[in-house]
Design a protein around this ligand. Structure first.
Ligand code: GLU
Length: 461
């Protein structure tokens, strides 16, 4: 038996569990070696037993089996010429997972670890995340196993152009709207947008989000994932009689999510004492200076180790996973998937962590989550916590459609409202299905319900 529910089950729930296990086994059989994808399917299924037991229609219509099969998977060759004149070949992906709520929407990741399993897990999560935002967007994700590290600007441009030459056949403002993720920021989006425009012979602002402000980007989009993470955290703490003001926070990563989570946490009175990159981490009990991190990372993409040159009170430690040994009240994993394992989770709990909110996608392993749940640590799951980025992307699409642009404060205010309502919806869904206080269950149930209902309303297509 693979899918389980902790509490004693009713006979209806047992029937659901049998059905789920059958679907899950088929997922494993059909998609061998996709361990990250299996992990994310299991995470969702585990929360859905009570809702499927209450609404037999979902099982009758075989919604789960439809849901775990992407509507379309595209893989393609990305050839490009490096600065030495040599031809390099990477593999590109776009998984168009579910369009029940709107056109496919989700980022592109450029990182050597990218493979079909990673893109599928991210796309599956994106379906529920996008549903939670309340915006009319389906779920998708893409990327390439390209390593931007150490590449010249011209190489990045040539790669992005080649990538878009193929991707352009499959996307469009009403079809599929990619954005950034790890390794893809405003620069890459710019090069891809230029190529799309050239191929199509038309300026379609709504085809990509995370664009530069000069050509249709939205104010506050860059900040939105990090700010949204902290807005969610704030609600979660408030809902449990705590406050961010005065708390000690450890935030992994030093990319776009991490930087703006640090900035907002500090603004709200927290002390951020550590952050990291893939080489190592820095800590300073007096607090990290986010402006220095921004300058290092957003400027030349320098390594975080250089931070200590300017701040001798800080310490640099080689190896990024050690960051979870730094004692803190709040932990925000904002780097990458599975960065908190069981050992790290236990260490955080021993050091007295009170709340964990996932700024990255699936940063905690299943075993780590179990440790947090058993220790009554407040836990905010990624698909709810980091939904602010894609929510702001949807606001960017709305502005593009209207050929208008809103002020920073206008977008930020909408973002805050969206994050508050995501938190509320998660709390209520968890309560309604007998799992009060469990935001993982709440996020999965609330996200799932809307997608499943929309699928049923649209028929078997
Ligand atoms: N890559 C981001 C995410 O994981 C943003 C996606 C988007 O803006 O479309 O949600």
């Amino acid at each position: 038996m693979t899918i389980t529910k902790e509490m004693k089950m009713t006979s209806k729930e047992e029937k659901v569990q049998k059905y789920m296990n059958k679907v899950y086994e088929k997922v494993i059989e059909r998609n061998p070696n996709e361990k990250e994808f299996h992990q994310s399917v299991k995470d969702v299924f585990q929360s859905l037993i009570p809702i499927l037991a209450k609404k037999p229609e979902y099982m009758e219509k075989n919604i789960l089996e439809q849901l775990v099969e992407p509507e379309r998977v595209i893989t393609f060759r990305v050839p490009w010429v490096d600065d030495q004149g040599k031809v390099q070949v990477n593999r590109g992906f776009r998984v168009q997972f579910n369009s029940a709520l709107g056109p496919y929407k989700g980022g592109l990741r450029f990182h050597p670890s990218v493979n079909l399993s990673i893109v599928k897990f991210l796309a599956l999560q994106q379906i529920f995340k996008n549903s939670l935002t309340g915006q009319p967007i389906g779920g998708g994700k893409g990327g390439a196993d390209f390593d931007p590290k150490g590449k010249s600007d011209n190489e990045i441009m040539r790669f992005c152009q080649s990538f878009m030459t193929e991707l352009s056949k499959h996307i469009g403002p009403d079809v599929d709207i990619p954005a950034g993720d790890i390794g893809v920021g405003a620069r890459e989006i710019g090069y891809m947008f230029g190529q799309y425009k050239k191929i199509r012979g038309s300026f379609q602002a709504g085809v990509l989000t995370g664009k530069g402000l000069n050509y249709g980007g939205s104010l506050a989009r860059k900040e939105a994932t990090g700010y949204g993470t902290v807005y969610f955290l704030q609600e979660m703490l408030k809902g449990n009689g705590m406050t961010l003001n005065g708390s000690t926070v450890v935030i992994s990563g030093s990319g776009n999510v991490s930087i703006y989570a640090m900035e907002k946490a500090i603004e709200l009175g927290a002390k951020v004492i550590a952050c990291s990159d893939s080489d190592g981490y820095i800590f300073d009990y007096n607090g990290i200076d986010v402006e220095t991190v921004k300058r290092l990372k957003e400027g030349n993409g320098d390594r975080i180790r250089y931070y200590v040159r300017e701040h001798p009170s800080a310490t640099y430690v080689e190896g990024c996973t050690g960051i979870w040994s730094v004692p803190c009240g709040v932990a925000l994993p904002c780097a990458t998937q599975n960065e908190i394992d069981e050992t790290a989770a236990k260490q955080l709990v021993e050091n007295g962590v009170k709340a964990v909110a996932e700024g990255a996608n699936m940063p905690s392993t299943a075993e780590a989550i179990e440790v947090f749940m058993k220790s009554d640590v407040l836990f905010g799951p990624a698909k709810a916590v980091n939904a602010g980025g894609v929510a702001a992307s949807s606001l960017e699409m709305a502005q593009n459609s209207m050929r208008m642009s809103w002020s920073f404060d206008e977008v930020d205010a909408q973002l805050q409202e969206i994050m508050k309502s995501i938190y509320q919806n998660c709390v209520e869904a968890a309560k309604e299905y007998g799992q009060e206080g469990n935001l993982i269950a709440g996020a999965n149930i609330a996200g799932f319900q809307k997608v499943a209902d929309a699928m049923i309303e649209q028929g078997v297509i």
